[in-house]
Design a protein around this ligand. Structure first.
Ligand SMILES: Cc1ncc(COP(=O)(O)O)c(C=O)c1O
Length: 357
């Protein structure tokens, strides 16, 4: 059976060569006579897989020694609670920007632990833009600032991260980590669920500046304490072993293809193709503020629910799947993460042009 072009927002398409390699190694990992799934997480073979994934991620992100890398569980959503539990140490106050559903969920969770200041809000136009914030003049008596760097549902991105000075910056990078070259060390804490640019769902990457460790609420469960995870090398309990192995294969694939800067170049080409088609079209349009457009998630509408359904159904017949937009935005959304080949975007554009005719 031919593989479809899968535009799902997450879990999303994975590089075909990675899936093939995982299939080859499924029954017998490199002549060890067993699958990675069956290995003890304390065995030398598995520890080597784990260390390889971690060091590749460090290399791809050009991460300085100031930051630790953790592979955790619970998805990005658990980070909505872990961040305040670990970082609300002095003022019991933090600043968030409200840029959509995921930011809202992060805010709701953080409110359980302290006071939340909203320092930017784009809810007035259904989150179709990145709000302006006067970062220099936000209150200084806060424990951290939180932004969602890419808003998966609405297709908006912070193309430049705020300079928050001495205030720690926390970034939810779930839907754009590794998508282009970025100085991630500007952030003090980054988290990302794996299921977009990293691998299958089930592992969450957390990158944390070492100086932020050791301030967790003393009643925080050990499994929610970053310091304890660092001390245990992400192996306080059994880690999501297979997912970390898969993430390692994806990191190798990114490296073989030139790393995040080459990914960025490719992603910009793919996104430009789609945005140009939308901008020229009399049928399709985008509600997103042009300068805030995401390279990863491209929502677009026709403005007529029946015709949108017809488009999605026809696309599916042509092997272009999971194009339905999130219910809060409607219409269509093409998620074009690293592993989406340009041929997928070309096929989508061709179908849009034919549909318009
Ligand atoms: C930006 C962003 N943050 C958080 C989440 C939640 O991730 P998880 O399902 O891993 O908890 C998502 C999921 O799509 C997301 O796109």
């Amino acid at each position: 059976m031919a593989r479809v072009f899968n535009f799902s927002a997450g879990p999303s398409t994975l590089p075909e060569s990675v899936l093939k390699k995982a299939a080859e190694e499924m029954l017998d990992y490199r002549l060890k006579g067993l699958s990675v799934m069956e290995m003890s997480h304390r065995s030398d073979d598995y520890v080597a897989i784990f260390e390889n994934a971690r060091s590749l991620l460090r290399e791809l992100l050009n991460l300085p020694e100031t930051h630790e890398v953790l592979f955790l569980q619970g998805g990005a959503s658990l980070q909505f609670a872990m961040v305040p539990l670990n970082l609300m140490k002095k003022f019991k106050r933090a600043a968030y920007t409200n840029t959509g559903v995921w930011a809202k969920k992060a805010i709701a969770e953080a409110k359980k632990y302290g006071e939340i200041l909203c320092v930017g809000d784009s809810s007035d136009k259904n989150f179709s833009y990145i709000p302006e914030t006067d970062w220099e003049n936000i209150p200084k008596d806060i424990d951290y600032v939180h932004i969602t760097s890419n808003n998966t549902i609405y297709g908006t991105t912070y193309h430049a991260w705020p300079d928050t000075g001495d205030i720690p910056l926390v970034v939810d990078m779930s839907s754009n980590i590794l998508s282009e070259s970025m100085d991630v060390s500007k952030a003090d804490l980054i988290y990302a669920g794996a299921q977009k640019n990293i691998g299958p769902s089930g592992v969450t990457v957390v990158i944390i500046r070492k100086s932020l460790l050791g301030y967790a609420d003393e009643k925080a469960p050990s499994l929610l304490n970053y310091q304890k995870h660092v001390e245990a090398g992400s192996m306080m309990n059994t880690p999501p072993c297979y997912n970390i192995y898969m993430a390692g294969l994806v990191f190798e694939w990114i490296k073989e293809h030139g790393g995040p800067s080459a990914m960025g170049e490719y992603n910009r080409k793919k996104a430009a193709l789609l945005y140009e088609t939308i901008d020229k079209s009399k049928t399709f349009s985008s509600a997103v503020n042009k300068k805030d457009r995401s390279l990863m998630n491209v929502p677009f509408v026709i403005g007529d629910a029946k015709r949108e359904k017809a488009f999605i159904d026809e696309a599916e017949k042509k092997g272009l799947v999971n194009l339905k937009g999130h219910r809060s935005v409607g219409g269509m959304r093409a998620s074009i993460y690293n592993a989406m080949p340009i041929e997928g975007v070309q096929a989508l554009v061709e179908m849009m042009l034919n549909f318009e005719k």
